[in-house]
Design a protein around this ligand. Structure first.
Ligand code: 15L
Length: 279
């Protein structure tokens, strides 16, 4: 892959103090020297050679200060699970718009947006989906991620920002349960996808799945592979652990049917046969 990776690029990581930010910070640092970390709170274990700029995503002045002079933004910031509407609205909808708008005004060339599998969580597990399916969010959180994907498309098409939306499954050292055998992504593989978003010369607007090389995958990630993605994590290597954990969790008649799992069954008040796409 020809890239435009250079040492002089200023790259901003929002949500740097969160769970995913904490896992990928040390992997990004050698690839992107001078990475600027941002969050509301100072990340734990901030080293002297790391740069941190505090910002609340709902404060345009603070976000503008963070992205000033930036070439690219990795946007992990916001609410990362289901929550009350007002919290999701502020952090993920207002916050995402504030980020994209500040990026546009600052002349940022690329944004990698942390979307989520929960934008499409109501697809049944029996179906393999690609990046171009209609969104079927399973939560207010999932709706906010679908919003972020749509906003990214607007800023790509109207303002020429290169935008990569990663529909991330579950990031961690290994899959936590049977559902995660299908959607797990190792921190290393996630960084590989982020690097494609930051460096690949052909990206206008892409939706890619944030998943490792999982034999039980529900997602067709051929587009990511065409862009050079070569995942090294294999969920099957951890099957025994995932199945043991699953036995402790027990059945979820609604969640077990859909890709979004417990995000689908939470607050569920429908006939299960009427949920998700009809076909
Ligand atoms: C997500 O989008 C969440 O950020 C994460 O906490 C997990 O719940 C993950 O999805 C998942 O689906 O496992």
């Amino acid at each position: 892959m020809a890239t435009d990776r250079t040492a002089s690029r200023r790259i901003v990581l929002t949500g740097a103090a969160g769970g995913v930010g904490t896992m990928i910070r040390p992997l990004l640092a050698p690839l992107y020297p001078g990475l600027v970390l941002s969050d509301k709170a100072t990340p734990a274990g901030l080293r002297a050679d790391e740069t941190f700029v505090a910002a609340d995503l709902t404060r345009p002045d603070e976000v503008a200060a963070v992205v000033a002079g930036a070439d690219a933004v990795i946007h992990l910031g916001g609410y990362s699970v289901e929550g009350p509407w007002d919290a999701i609205l502020q952090a993920n909808i207002v916050g995402c718009h504030t980020l994209f708008e500040a990026a546009r005004q600052a002349g940022v060339r690329r944004v990698v947006f942390a979307s989520s599998n929960h934008a499409v969580g109501f697809y049944p597990r029996a179906r393999t989906i690609g990046p171009d399916v209609t969104v079927r969010p399973d939560s207010r959180y999932g709706v906010s991620k679908a919003f972020g994907e749509a906003l990214g498309a607007l800023y790509a098409d109207k303002y020429g920002i290169s935008v990569t939306c990663l529909r991330i499954g579950n990031v961690g050292p290994r899959p936590l349960d049977v559902r995660r055998l299908s959607i797990w992504v190792s921190p290393e593989d996630l960084v590989q996808l982020i690097a494609i978003g930051l460096d690949h010369p052909d990206i206008r607007y892409e939706i890619l799945y944030g998943a490792s090389d999982n034999a039980a995958a529900w997602w067709d990630n051929a587009r990511a592979r065409a862009l050079g993605y070569r995942p090294t994590g294999r969920a099957e290597d951890h099957r025994a652990h995932a199945e043991a954990e699953q036995a402790r969790i027990g059945p979820d008649p609604v969640g077990d049917r859909f890709q979004g799992g417990s995000f689908c069954s939470a607050e569920f008040d429908n006939d299960v046969a009427r949920a998700g796409p009809a076909d």
